[in-house]
Design a protein around this ligand. Structure first.
Ligand code: PXG
Length: 336
């Protein structure tokens, strides 16, 4: 099975979620009575909903929530290491930018969302792990109209995430190019971290079916955009190069960390549109993401990436950046 590498989550990591509703608790008070009956099918009573920390089993979302009905919502995935949340403010700021782009009016401040995130981690008693923040348009009726959703809902999960087995961080990942393209920003900007990940999921299915754990995605013009859940980098003539986000990628927080680390290490880093040829013939390549962290890409579409003795193996700049990344995430962040 394509999922054989994924270990089951320990029970305790799934324990508590935090649910925070907008100004009025309307999640199970939909517009008219019929909806209330439908909603009751999945929630015991409307009074089950309370702001604050609830058990996972008690964290219920209405079937009339537009996050579920239309993927009308946004999310963030954030890591914490050794009692500190890495780049928490940056993630929450990006969440607010996604909200702005989708005209979701956040009833909370950035500082409040940061505090809710920290509370959730504390409630779970975790010191290392991953938080998933989800904001939905909220409860409406069976129609697209977002203005019939009076207030957004938000839930935050504190858990763990392990995308790839440890050995892939040392020996590198094999990737295939997917037929599914990143959408043009003329439809929805890939910079919005929306709840609608079907584009990425379709590509991920292609990659997994081809026996690779990650898939490369191109934009409509055929230039490299990103992978299904990671940004992509190459090394050429000793310089680190990544596509501009306008080529169809998320403006990754980890991507920005790579810019910071290269600057600190005196490694030239720049943005340039890339083709698959550039990746096939690169000296090195690696992927970045909150979930994936920094991981070498050593093979793309059967071409072993690298020259001479590092062909098909992680290169020296990748290894240097991986090491610097690991040190950085353990040396800064919002204290839990
Ligand atoms: N591109 C896409 C499409 C992403 O979803 C990144 C790049 C990297 O961005 P950050 O800011 O995390 O460096 C992401 C984020 C998963 C998973 O299960 C992946 C992400 C988020 C949540 C889950 O693979 N990647």
């Amino acid at each position: 099975s394509p999922n054989r590498h994924l270990p089951p989550l320990p029970a305790r990591e799934r324990a508590a979620c935090m649910c925070v509703h907008g100004a009025v608790c309307t999640s199970f008070a939909p517009a008219h009575a019929l909806h209330l009956i439908q909603a009751r099918l999945c929630a015991a009573t409307p009074s089950d909903w309370e702001d604050g920390i609830v058990e996972e089993a008690d964290a219920k979302i209405s079937v009339f929530d537009h996050g579920l009905l239309y993927g009308d919502g946004i999310f963030e995935g954030i890591r914490f290491y050794e009692n500190r949340v890495f780049r928490l403010r940056e993630h929450i700021e990006r969440l607010f930018l996604s909200a702005k782009a989708l005209l979701i009016k956040m009833p909370w401040s950035i500082d409040e969302v940061m505090a809710y995130s920290l509370d959730t981690i504390r409630a779970n008693g975790l010191t290392e792990g991953y938080i998933r923040l989800v904001v939905t348009r909220g409860v409406g009726d069976l129609g697209l109209n977002p203005y019939l959703c009076p207030t957004p809902s938000m839930f935050i999960i504190a858990s763990g995430i392990k995308l790839y087995p440890a050995e892939y961080y040392t020996k590198g990942l094999e990737v295939v190019t997917c037929g599914t393209r990143r959408p043009t920003p003329a439809s929805l900007s890939p910079q919005v971290k929306s709840l609608n990940y079907l584009n990425n999921i379709m590509a991920k299915i292609e990659a997994l079916k081809a026996g690779a754990m990650e898939g490369l995605m191109l934009n409509e013009q055929g230039y490299v955009a990103e992978c299904t859940g990671d940004n992509v980098f190459i090394v050429k003539k000793g310089q680190v190069i990544t596509p501009p986000v306008s080529d169809g990628s998320l403006d990754g927080i980890t991507r920005q960390v790579i810019f910071d680390l290269c600057e600190k290490a005196g490694i030239t880093i720049r943005e340039a549109s890339l083709t698959r040829y550039d990746l096939y013939t690169a000296e090195e390549s690696f992927l970045t993401g909150t979930a994936a962290e920094v991981i070498p890409m050593v093979k793309l579409d059967e071409r072993e990436i690298g020259h001479c003795e590092t062909e098909g193996r992680p290169g020296p700049i990748t290894l240097k950046l991986t090491k610097a990344f690991r040190a950085l995430v353990r040396s800064e962040g919002e204290p839990i």
